[in-house]
Design a protein around this ligand. Structure first.
Ligand code: FDA
Length: 427
């Protein structure tokens, strides 16, 4: 007997997932394992494009310590349910089942020993085993929805279901569950688009203002003249932005600040509540010598009888070019004096600068380089258990398109796996 929820002349599936990235494939695996007829659509010809370029080609596929504390969202509680039901260990088990060699780099970050391609292969083969199918190079032209009342509650206990129609350039598709896994706006050249946000808007769902994140900072033109020549220098530092601190490496580039420290800080630069009325903090604070209390260190050198200049001494604990530039900028008058002739008050003030170097960057680097997009579909619109829209039955949003953004270090993939898994249990 024909399913009355579906109309003739169109291709029918139980579940259609738009976006064959990490979140979409994870959802497809688990939906298809439940014998749901599952189709993944993607406009790209290759699946998992972001996985392939992630982690320097080795994919930092999860973080052993992933928990809600490492995510930025207007609702910091939203990610708890999915992350606790699909923790990093669950993904590690899949990696081990597929015999993929991996290692822990630092701070719980797990990377493939060889190529990120192994993670894409894993997801594709799990999809194939479960029976999920792919349709790549598929341009979505429009989506419509019809709300249907059923006499008896469905699998999810609800008696309202939807029929979605998805028009592509060469087919009309229908499904009961539509999952949006189109990711964010970062790296348009590998296929990022704002389709997920447009779909949310079309169905009346609120979105939290989006911004590039995990992308580092750009210098103002004045900072460029002062610091461009430091390009290539990398230092261990403690960086603070909007009250959140990271101990990571900072890399000076010719146009700004990069490296893990700057990437982490850039996630928080716009405030923890993107889109909120509160104006975002614009400064970052850098402790260039997190291991040493520099004033004490200089005083010890003085007691030992050192007659070196502060500039030369500082070059023992910071890269020479950086030490020179900081002294020229913040220690001008006494820069050539031997240590015993330097006023302790001036030295202490200078040391304070080294531990609390405050910069106001002109902006962040932008979507062409950003690892993620902060903001997205408002979590108030979704069930934290299933990722289903509260307004539109059968419509789900998973992965980066949702307003849940992880720190650098494997947290974003963990969110993609966990949210994809959560939807995969119910679609
Ligand atoms: P993702 O972006 O992966 O997938 C979305 C899919 O939707 C794509 O296949 C795209 O083609 C498709 N799509 C988009 N628009 C469409 C349209 N209009 N029609 C049809 N299909 C459409 N994270 C981490 O945890 N560890 C790491 O090592 C890294 N490293 C890293 C490096 C770089 C350079 C980047 C850019 C990002 C990372 N990330 C990361 C972040 C991580 O890649 C990202 O958070 C996840 O891939 C998000 O997974 P999703 O499946 O949600 O989106």
């Amino acid at each position: 007997m024909n399913n009355p929820l579906l109309s003739p002349n169109s291709e029918r599936h139980d579940v259609i997932i738009i976006g064959a990235g990490g979140a979409g494939m994870m959802c497809a695996i688990h939906a298809a394992k439940r014998s749901r007829d599952t189709l993944l659509l993607d406009h790209s010809k290759k699946v998992g494009g972001k996985i392939l370029i992630s982690g320097g080609g080795r994919c930092n596929f999860t973080n052993r310590g992933a928990g809600p504390g490492q995510y930025v969202s207007q609702n910091p509680h939203f990610c708890k349910s999915a992350l606790s039901r699909y923790p990093s260990d669950s993904f590690v088990q899949m990696v081990e089942k597929h015999g993929i060699p991996y290692h822990e780099k630092k701070l719980g970050q797990l990377f493939c020993d060889h190529s990120a391609q192994a993670i894409v292969n894993l997801l594709q083969s799990e999809c194939a085993d479960a029976g999920a199918r792919f349709r790549l190079g598929s341009q979505i032209q429009g989506i419509s929805q019809e709300l249907l009342q059923t006499r008896q509650p469905g699998e999810n206990g609800k008696n309202r279901t939807s029929r979605f129609r998805i028009r592509t350039e060469d087919s009309l598709l229908e499904c009961e569950s539509l999952v949006i896994a189109t990711g964010g706006l970062s790296i348009p050249k590998i296929g990022a688009t704002g389709l997920g946000y447009q779909i949310a808007k079309q169905f009346g769902l609120n979105t939290v203002t989006t911004a590039p994140a995990l992308d580092g900072f750009t210098f103002t033109s004045e900072q460029k003249t002062l610091f461009a020549e430091l390009s290539g220098i990398s230092v261990d530092c403690m960086i603070t932005c909007n009250g959140v601190q990271f101990r990571e490496n900072l890399l000076f580039t010719h146009s700004g600040l990069s490296g893990p420290a700057a990437l982490q800080a850039s996630l928080h630069w716009g405030g923890t509540n993107p889109g909120s009325e509160v104006s975002p903090p614009k400064s970052i604070e850098i402790n260039l010598l997190p291991e040493i209390y520099s004033f004490q260190w200089f005083m010890t050198r003085k007691k030992e009888g050192s007659r070196a200049t502060v500039k030369n001494l500082l070059a023992e604990i910071l890269p020479r070019r950086l030490a020179d530039r900081l002294c020229e900028l913040y220690f001008q008058t006494q820069v050539q004096l031997p240590l015993p002739q330097v006023s302790e008050r001036t030295l202490e003030a200078f040391c304070q600068q080294l531990h609390q170097w405050i910069l106001i960057p002109s902006g962040t680097v932008g979507y062409n380089k950003a690892e993620v997009t902060r903001g997205g579909v408002d979590t108030n619109e979704l069930s934290s258990k299933t990722m289903e829209s509260k307004k539109i039955p059968g419509l789900y949003f998973i992965g980066e398109v949702v307003d849940v953004t992880g720190w650098l270090g494997g947290y974003n993939f963990q969110w993609a796996w966990a949210s994809g898994w959560a939807a995969g249990q119910v679609v």
